[in-house]
Design a protein around this ligand. Structure first.
Ligand SMILES: NC(=O)c1ccc[n+]([C@@H]2O[C@H](COP(=O)([O-])OP(=O)(O)OC[C@H]3O[C@@H](n4cnc5c(N)ncnc54)[C@H](O)[C@@H]3O)[C@@H](O)[C@H]2O)c1
Ligand SMILES: O=P(O)(O)OC[C@H]1O[C@H](O[C@H]2[C@H](O)[C@@H](O)[C@@H](O)O[C@@H]2CO)[C@H](O)[C@@H](O)[C@@H]1O
Ligand SMILES: [Mn+2]
Length: 443
C-alpha cells in the first residue's frame, strides 16, 4: 500500500495557503496526502483561510483529513512535512520595513537592505520556534522553509539548528527560469539544466543548457541585453503590478554589469539603489500594493466561499508557481534525486568563497536530504559583492543571538544599500522603535 503523507502548513493564514493547498491536491498522484493541517499564531486570520479551504476540500478531496489550529501539539503531531511560510509582523511590519529606510533616501524592500534586516530580526525566532515544535512532536519530519528573508533565516538555522531536517528554498529563480525558457521557446524551465551561484535574492546563472547539452546562454543574453526579463512569460499571475513589471525590465541594466552571467532581479536593489529610491513612492510601497491586491483578493474570495457555503466558482486556483514545493516534498519522500536550487552551507561548492556561507546553488535532493553540485570558482565582481552581503547576513544573526546593537549597526552600515554609518544608525534606531514587540532586546 503506497504511503500517504501528512502535511502541516505553518502560516495557515498566508495569502499563499489556498493556492498551495489546491496545488497539493493537484499532485496527489505523485505525492499522496492523507492529512492537511494549518497552523498559525493568529487565529482569526487563519480561520478565514481555513474555513474556505475546508469547504473546498470537502467538495473536491473528502478523503483528505483536514484540521486547523493554533495549538502546536495538535498542529505538529503526526506530520511528515512542515511547509513553512510565515510572515512575523504581517504586512503592517513589511510596510514599516519598506517606509522607514525611505525616510533617509535608502532602499526600503521586503528582503533586501535595512528592511530585509528588520524582517530577518523578526523571522528568526518564528521559524526556529516552529522547527522546535516539529522536532518535538514529529522528530522524523522535514521542514520545507520559504519564509523570508530566506538568506537570514537560512544562516540562523545553520547556526542555531545545524542538524535539523530543514530545506530553505526560494521561488524567484523558478520564476526567472520559466521566463528564460520562454525566451528560447521551451515550454518549461524543466527542459533546461542550469549552473547558478549566489546568496538568496543575490545570484547569477552562469550556465544554461537544453537537455541535449546545447548552450542556451547566447539567445538568452540577447534577450537580456534588449529587454531584461520583460516580455518573457512565466505562467505566474502574481506579478502584474507596475512595480514588478519595472523590476523585470530593470534586469537589463543589471545584466549590463556582467554580460557573461544572467542576474537575479533582486540585485537591482544593491546595484541601483539610487534608481530604486527615485522610483519608489515613500507613501505607497510594495506592501501597500500587496494589501490592496493579493491580500484583499484572497480574503474576499475566502469570505465569499464561506458565505455561499461552496467553493464552486469561488476563484480558488492552484498556485502553479508553487509546484517546486511538491517537487521538493516528492524528492524527499520518493528519493527522486530532483535537481533544485537550495540555500545550503557552501562547504566548497563555490570553490573561492566562504565555506560557512549559506549559498543558493543547484543540489540533488533525495530521501536523505541534498547533495551540492559544485559551481567552481566565481569571478572577482560577484565574489566581492557576495562577501559584503554574506557578512551583512552573518552580522544580523550575530546580533539576534547576542542581542548586540553594535553588530546590527555594523550589519546595516555594511549593506551596499546604505551610504554611511550615520544614516545606518538613524535607520537602526527607528527600526528598533518600530520592532519593539518583535526583536530581541539589543544592548
Ligand atoms: N521564499 C520565497 O520565494 C517566497 C515566495 C513567496 C512568499 N514567501 C514568504 O512566505 C511568507 C508568507 O507570505 P504571505 O505574503 O502570504 O504572508 P501573510 O502575512 O499573508 O501570511 C503569513 C502568516 O504567517 C503567520 N505568522 C506570523 N508569525 C507567525 C508565527 N510566529 N507562528 C505561526 N504563524 C505566524 C501570520 O499570522 C500570517 O497568517 C512570507 O515570509 C513571504 O516572504 C517566500
Ligand atoms: O511583493 P510580493 O509579496 O508579491 O512578492 C515578493 C516575493 O517575490 C518572490 O516570490 C514570487 C515568485 O518569484 C513568483 O514566481 C510569484 O509566483 O510569486 C512569488 C510571490 O510574489 C520572491 O522569491 C519572494 O521571496 C518574495 O517574498
Ligand atoms: Mn525568494
Amino acid at each position: 500500500m503506497e504511503k500517504k503523507y501528512s502535511v502541516v502548513i505553518a502560516g495557515g493564514g498566508s495569502t499563499f495557503t489556498p493556492g498551495i493547498c489546491l496545488l497539493l491536491l493537484d499532485h496527489m498522484d505523485r505525492f499522496p496526502i492523507r492529512k492537511i493541517k494549518f497552523y498559525d499564531n493568529f487565529a482569526e486570520r487563519q480561520e478565514t483561510i481555513a474555513k474556505a479551504c475546508e469547504i473546498y476540500l470537502k467538495e473536491n478531496a473528502p478523503e483528505v483529513e483536514f484540521a486547523y489550529t493554533t495549538n502546536p501539539e495538535e498542529a505538529f503531531t503526526d506530520v511528515d512535512f512542515v511547509m513553512c511560510h510565515i510572515r512575523v509582523g504581517l504586512y503592517a511590519m513589511r510596510e514599516k520595513d519598506e517606509k522607514i529606510p525611505m525616510k533617509y533616501n535608502v532602499v526600503g524592500q521586503e528582503t533586501c537592505g535595512p528592511g530585509g534586516i528588520a524582517y530577518g530580526m523578526r523571522s528568526i525566532g518564528g521559524v526556529i520556534e516552529i522547527l522546535d515544535y516539529m522536532e518535538k512532536y514529529s522528530p522524523n519530519a522535514w521542514m520545507l522553509n520559504y519564509s523570508n528573508p530566506a538568506a537570514i533565516v537560512a544562516e540562523a538555522t545553520r547556526r542555531l539548528r545545524p542538524n535539523s531536517k530543514i530545506l530553505n528554498i526560494c521561488d524567484m529563480p523558478i520564476d526567472l527560469e520559466e521566463k528564460m525558457a520562454n525566451m528560447v521557446g521551451l515550454k518549461s524551465r524543466k527542459e533546461m539544466s542550469v549552473g547558478y551561484y549566489g546568496l538568496n535574492h543575490f545570484g547569477w546563472w552562469h550556465k544554461i543548457e537544453d537537455k541535449d547539452g546545447n548552450d542556451l546562454m547566447p539567445e538568452i543574453k540577447k534577450h537580456m541585453a534588449a529587454n531584461g526579463f520583460a516580455d518573457a512569460l512565466s505562467g505566474t499571475n502574481q506579478h502584474v503590478e507596475q512595480s514588478w513589471i519595472e523590476t523585470f525590465a530593470k534586469a537589463k541594466d543589471i545584466y549590463a554589469l556582467d554580460p557573461e552571467t544572467i542576474p537575479n532581479t533582486y540585485l537591482k536593489y544593491y546595484l541601483y539603489p539610487d534608481y530604486v529610491v527615485e522610483h519608489t513612492d515613500p507613501n505607497h510601497t510594495r506592501a501597500n500594493e500587496v494589501m490592496e491586491h493579493r491580500e484583499k483578493n484572497v480574503f474576499t474570495a475566502c469570505r465569499n466561499i464561506i458565505e455561499k457555503g461552496t467553493a464552486v466558482d469561488g476563484g480558488f486556483e492552484p498556485d502553479a508557481h508553487a509546484e517546486y514545493i511538491v517537487d521538493l516534498a516528492c524528492a524527499i519522500a520518493k528519493n527522486t534525486k530532483e535537481k533544485m536550487l537550495l540555500i545550503v552551507p557552501n562547504e566548497g561548492a563555490i570553490e573561492n568563497f566562504d565555506r560557512s556561507a549559506m549559498v543558493e546553488i543547484p543540489c540533488i535532493v533525495g530521501s536523505n536530504g541534498y547533495e551540492r553540485i559544485c559551481q567552481g570558482s566565481i569571478p572577482q565582481f560577484q565574489k566581492g559583492l557576495m562577501e559584503q552581503q554574506v557578512s551583512v547576513e552573518k552580522l544580523v544573526v550575530d546580533a539576534w543571538i547576542t542581542g548586540s546593537y553594535q553588530k546590527l549597526w555594523q550589519a546595516i552600515t555594511l549593506s551596499k544599500t546604505v551610504p554611511s554609518a550615520r544614516i545606518a544608525k538613524l535607520i537602526l534606531d527607528d527600526l528598533i522603535e518600530a520592532n519593539k514587540e518583535f526583536w530581541p532586546e539589543l544592548k
